[in-house]
Design a protein around this ligand. Sequence first.
Ligand SMILES: [Zn+2]
Ligand SMILES: [Zn+2]
Length: 241
Amino acid sequence: MKKIRTMIKFIFDVLFPPYCLGCKKEGSWRWLCDDCFSTIEILEYQYCPFCKIRLRTFERRCQLHSKKNLNGLYFATSYENLLVKNLIQKFKYPPFLKELSPSLASLIIAHFILLGKEKISKIFSNSVFIPVPLFKSREKWRGFNQAEKIAKILSEFFKVPLLENNLIKIKKTQPQVELSKEKREGNIKEAFIIKNENLIKGKKIFLIDDVFTTGSTMEECARILKKAGTKEVFGITVARE
Ligand SMILES: [Zn+2]
Ligand SMILES: [Zn+2]
């Protein structure tokens, strides 16, 4: 069976050679070449998740938003970057280029390295990674959870345990991008449950997703997690809108 798969992959590669989504050059890499990767601006600082204020090194969110459940957000780059937008869209919508997950995870890793290597171990002490879950019909449609693909790579790289299938999405919601800012909160309310609260009590949780838009989804996840006894909840995404 494996042999057949390799053969099919070979034929597929000859007919449709992998190319870079940035410069369209053909090559052995999958969908993003090194040159195009290096053109993406990786952020060196952190910003408040709920506004565009740039934070000082000891801050995780601005004063105005200090009452939110989400303690802070780490995002690598801007979703306004057309290449980044294209990569993420080709990853999570047809043609579902799953092989983009290492490139997208690398952008996040680069961001943490820019924040300071010595800080990384401090940031991730006593932490757990949780991918933002999808409702089961959505995951079936896509064939995978894009957040989980990225979270797996980050978990291996940073040596932080990954907790899957504990935060569960129980409500089918409309895609947030289709809704106005006002409707997003109501759409996502009570959409998540936690299966085993003991696994997250007293921990620092990092919620992992591809894009941060208004933050309604992460804020709702953070609310549920904190109600169940999580100490702090941060978000990690590739990009922010
Ligand atoms: Zn390229
Ligand atoms: Zn703010």
